[in-house]
Design a binder for this molecule. Structure first.
Ligand code: SF4
Length: 168
């Protein structure tokens, strides 16, 4: 089943999800959480859906796929399991400062999918391709890179040995 119909079913909507909304949901767990929490009766009146930039999507934009959704869904699920707890602001700022000093940081707009969903203004982690502005605000996400101290990552937080890049 196409992702847009899976998302429509999850939201109890009988209408297909517009491509821009589906793409944004597939790469932005915060947007996906807001959409689920809003539970719009229809997308035409949804304030969250209006944040998606449908009019700027070119005709050749990729169709959202279940594979594309996978990372966002996993991030959202991990976050939901702790009740959408926010990251303390001081910790968000510490994470962002570490990213700013990191050689893996990439400038905004390098990833097509981020540009397409209107998140192209955020800098991106070169290791995991996450938008830093989103990643730093999710308590269940982690920096994948080791620091000089093998016990902590470059955010200064305990390393996740299950992270795909943990061995680097
Ligand atoms: S998340 Fe970690 S590896 Fe990625 S840019 Fe930030 S500090 Fe660097």
């Amino acid at each position: 089943m196409a992702f847009s119909w899976s998302l429509a079913k999850a939201l109890d909507l009988d209408e297909p999800i517009p491509q821009a909304v589906a793409l944004r949901a597939a790469v932005d767990p915060i947007f996906l959480r807001d959409l689920i929490e809003e539970r719009p009766a229809n997308l035409a009146t949804s304030e969250v859906a209006a944040r998606a930039v449908e009019t700027s999507l070119p005709k050749w934009a990729p169709a959202p796929t279940l594979g594309l959704l996978g990372a966002a869904t996993m991030a959202l699920t991990r976050w939901a399991l702790i009740g959408f707890r926010p990251v303390p602001e001081a910790q968000v700022q510490k994470r962002k400062a570490a990213c700013q000093a990191c050689p893996e940081l990439r400038p905004p707009g390098q990833h097509l999918i981020h540009r397409l969903v209107g998140a192209g203004q955020s800098q991106v982690c070169g290791l995991c391709a996450c938008a830093i502005d989103k990643k730093a605000n999710l308590p269940t996400e982690t920096c994948p890179a080791p620091s000089d101290d093998p016990a902590v990552n470059r955010w200064g937080e305990p390393r996740d040995p299950a992270a795909p890049w943990a061995g680097r």
